[in-house]
Structure formats: C-alpha cells, structure tokens
Write a protein that binds this ligand. Sequence first.
Ligand code: 5GP
Ligand code: MN
Length: 338
Amino acid sequence: MTNEDISKIKELLDTPKKIVIVPHKGPDGDAMGSTLALKLLLENRHHYVQLIAPNDYPEFLKWLPYSEEVINYEKEQEKSNEYIAEADVIFTLDFNHLSRAGEMKEALETAKADFIMIDHHQQPDDYAVVTYSDVTMCSTSQMVYHFIHNIGLEDHINAQIATCLYTGIMTDTGSFRYRSTTSLTHRVIADLIERGADNTNIHENVYDTNSYSRLQLLGVALQNLKVVEGLRTAYIVLSQEELDHHNFKKGDTEGFVNYGLSLSGIVFAAIFIENRADNIIKISLRSKGTFSVNDFARKHFQGGGHINAAGGKSDLNLAETIAKFISILPDYKTSLSI
Ligand code: 5GP
Ligand code: MN
C-alpha cells in the first residue's frame, strides 16, 4: 500500500462510519476469514459494520467467530440494499470485479460509498478509491493482516480476529503448501498463533468435520476421474443426480478438484459440477507450474482467478461442456504435453 492510500484510509476511518464488507459470491475460507476479521477489527474501533455475503457459504466455515452475524443477500435483499445505500465505506474483499458479487452487483454500482478493495486476484477493476491489490499474496487474509499493520491497529488483533485470518490463509494455501506461501506467510501465521489462533482446532474444524454423505460423494468423484492421455490433464464430472443422491450441501465438493492434480504426471485438473437450479455447469480449474488456468478460464469459461487456481462456468449442458473442454485441450498441446 502507498503512503497516500494509508493516509486516505486513516482519514476515512478517523470517526465512526457506516461500513459494509462484501466477500465474493460462493465465499470460501479466505473470503469469509478475511471479511470476518475485518468486521471484528472495525467493530472494536467503534464503526457500524455489516458483513453481507452475496449467497450462503459452506457449513465447514460456520464455526468461525461471529459468523452468525453474516447477512445472506439472497435471503435479505431489501435490508441489505438499505445498508449498501446508506454506507459511507464499502470494503470488497477477495475479488476485484463487481460482477463477482453476483446479484449484489447493481446495488454496489449505485452506492454512494467510498470503496476499498483488498484482493490478490489478477487484473483488478478500478471502482475503488483505494485498491490494495497484490497478486503475489497467498490470500486476502494475509493482506488484511498487513492492512491492519499499515493503519497501525496491529495491537487490536485479538484471538478471534487471529482465528479468522489463520483460517483464510490456511484454506487458500492448501494448508501452507502452494507456491504463494512464503517465509513472510509463516511469520504472519506465527504471530496469529501468538495472538490466540488455535491451529490444531482450526484444522480440525475445517478438515475433520466431513459428513458420511460427503465422503461417499468424494468416492463417486474419484470413480468419475478421467485422464486425457498425452495432455497431462485429469478431470472429474459430477451430475445433479449424483449430487442429489448424496445429499449435496454447499461446500461438499470443495477440494475435490485437487485429487486430479495429485495423480503422478498431471499438471492440469478440472472439475465440472452440474447446477440445475442456476442452469449452469460450475467449473474449478487447478494447475502446476506455468500453465495459467486464469487465462484458460477467462478465455473459454467466463471466469478467472490465479495462475494455478481459477474457476468459471458454462451455459451449455454437462455433456456439451465436457465436449468443449476436450476439444480445446489440443490448442494447449505445447504447454501440456511433455
Ligand atoms: P474455486 O475453484 O475454488 O471455486 O476458485 C478458485 C479461484 O478462482 C478462486 O480464487 C476464485 O475466486 C476464482 N474463481 C472461481 N470461480 C470464478 C468465476 O466464476 N469467475 C472468476 N473471475 N473467478 C473465479
Ligand atoms: Mn482468496
């Protein structure tokens, strides 16, 4: 962050303000961890804060401190629109394009508030008065940690805030294994533990709370795993019937795409999940090395993300989407074949 940005934020937050904080649609651990941490910090500094999520978030995050105070825009649209219209400041976290806020986009576009963006995705839009964007960061949660330091409020990071930030960093780094995990990330994590984040508890709360039906669904996903010979690619398909049959709940398929990438020799993995309610196929993409799934998602599947983790969607049906995917792959032969 520049000194100018820091002064602007200090000035904006100098007196109690009406603040709205927004994570991206389909919020993940980093989106919820970063927004909840910021909400707790700003409330402790006497601001009036509403955290409004575009839609619901996974069960495995609902133990997070104060998560019961999150407003779901899909369920409380009218009330949310009022908060957005009346806000002095709106923070958008873990996304950088208002379309990623789903149905909230319109209300955000017409808001009179000053926007502050904190995000680590590629190609940020320019809707904010302060854009704190850093694509080298492993997570928005680590950025919120630095943001808090930059505005001189680090002594206000209590155990609950530390827990939220730890959770966001842990989930977005695949438990501290992805390339974006640096020595600085580990220093931040060490400080969060010292401030009261209980690492063992957090890992158990997120990763050891599977339902039986989710593990059965993982079994189906692994049965459906296919390898594209000669192109170091693996993909999984899950139909609506398969999801229904295993009592699918939001978040149940989180992490499934990584199994494709765990196959020896595979550098590109995808999962295609049918969503009949929204009439789309939701796609998650992962890669190893230099193959950019961000570019791939942007070019072919209305999405984006990072070099090694991105997502998108398709309006074709499941079979057509897979056929499209398979037909595109040979265009990437130089980067995908050995
Ligand atoms: P996931 O596959 O876990 O849903 O998302 C992986 C990464 O891609 C995340 O950083 C997420 O924000 C981004 N992403 C997922 N879906 C979309 C999408 O539809 N559009 C864009 N622009 N980014 C996405
Ligand atoms: Mn993130």
